[in-house]
Design a protein around this ligand. Structure first.
Ligand SMILES: [Ca+2]
Ligand SMILES: [Ca+2]
Ligand SMILES: [Ca+2]
Length: 365
């Protein structure tokens, strides 16, 4: 069983339903466990399943599904394949630890905003990561877990807390999951492209996404569940998330006008938001960046950043520009030596041809 550390109590502010969410306790969960779904299906605006459920198959290489990080409120360490800390120029000292509200908090229907980084307008998301707390009825209980994820074109941040403009969505069936009280928080790395169930993002790269935690394919709400919380507002991360979080505070299954939370809580990260990442699907010709750190040397490998001779600019943790020219093979590498064992790093690469920045996070072994 994972330990939960009581950190602070807080008063939710903003929104008309403030009193409903007063006195929430923010807690830290030290570790998450990876879980894979059993099936996936596309959904319509109302959450109805479109067509047949598709049996889940794991993608061979994750970057085939997620070539390009558009929005990252997860912070996965490429080396461990688990959430890490210290990426994008900010280390909160939590390692794989992440936040949630108290065990019995209900946040089964929510809408979270996001602004993707450059190059992600109308992106075909082929990889989504998401982490959540599956309380069910507490230790020793379990429940089937079906998560509905919808992309919305709009985000309403002025007070009504109603966002719309359905773009695309999926339902993801994880089968029966034990309570997080027994196993820790859950994190799924969804290589959607392996099932041809990619999800289209907002046309202008900014909007919101809706999540419903359900116990069946009809959207019957889960007994008790909430998203794990992290942030996207780090110095080197171009994506962004605002402090508001729209939540079905009165538990009627619908986010009504005024059902807002303010997740500007002063923690590291701040503001907190649901722990989700969106990756633009890779293609054989799309730019690719890999990073691995062994024996204190981080090697960044870039491919498809332009024709031979194109100058690729690499940066480690937002430091100085390091340039390399693309070789006739279409590739080029950059090495960053002298790094401490266990240290987390973010490497970025860009070129005039790509005209946007790709990021990879990895710790050194
Ligand atoms: Ca938009
Ligand atoms: Ca937000
Ligand atoms: Ca409601």
């Amino acid at each position: 069983m994972r330990k939960s550390l009581f950190l602070m109590s807080l008063l939710a502010t903003g929104g008309l339903a403030t009193s409903t969410f007063a006195q929430l306790q923010l807690e830290q969960v030290e570790e998450g466990v990876r879980v894979s779904p059993v099936a996936i299906a596309k959904i319509d605006e109302l959450g109805n399943i479109l067509g047949d459920w598709i049996e889940w198959t794991e993608p061979g290489v994750s970057e085939d599904c997620g070539g390009w990080l558009c929005y990252d409120a997860v912070g996965t360490d490429t080396r461990t394949q688990l959430p890490g800390d210290g990426f994008y120029g900010l280390d909160c000292g939590l390692g794989s630890g992440r936040f949630k509200f108290s065990d019995t908090t209900q946040d089964r229907v929510f809408v979270e905003d996001f602004a993707a980084q450059g190059g992600c307008s109308a992106a075909d998301f082929g990889r989504i990561e998401h982490a959540w707390w599956w309380q069910v009825g507490g230790a020793g209980t379990s429940e089937r877990c079906v998560i509905f994820i919808s992309m919305l074109e709009n985000w309403e941040s002025s007070g009504n807390c109603t966002s719309g403009g359905f773009v695309d969505g999926v339902a993801v069936d994880f089968g029966v999951l034990a309570s997080s009280k027994d196993v820790g928080y859950y994190i799924a790395d969804l290589g959607l492209c392996s099932t041809s169930a990619n999800v289209l993002g907002p046309a202008d790269g900014s909007g919101s996404y809706k999540v419903v935690y359900a116990q069946d394919e009809f959207g019957t709400l889960a007994t008790t569940a909430q998203p794990m919380l992290w942030g996207d507002n780090q110095p080197l991360n171009e994506g962004n998330n605002g402090k508001r979080h729209h939540s079905d505070l009165d538990n009627d299954g619908v986010i009504d006008s005024g059902e807002c939370k303010n997740n500007d809580l002063g923690n590291c990260m701040n503001p907190l938001c649901a722990m989700t990442s969106f990756w633009k699907a890779g293609t054989p010709t799309s730019p690719k960046l890999r990073a691995a750190c062994k024996n204190g040397t981080l090697t960044a490998r870039a491919k498809n950043f332009g024709p031979a001779g194109t100058r690729v600019t690499f940066r480690l943790d937002g430091g100085a520009n390091n340039n390399k020219q693309v070789r006739p093979s279409g590739r080029c590498n950059m090495k960053f030596p002298g790094l401490a064992s266990g240290s987390p790093h973010t490497v970025s690469a860009t070129s005039d041809v790509v005209a946007a920045t790709l990021y990879r996070n990895t710790s050194c072994n």
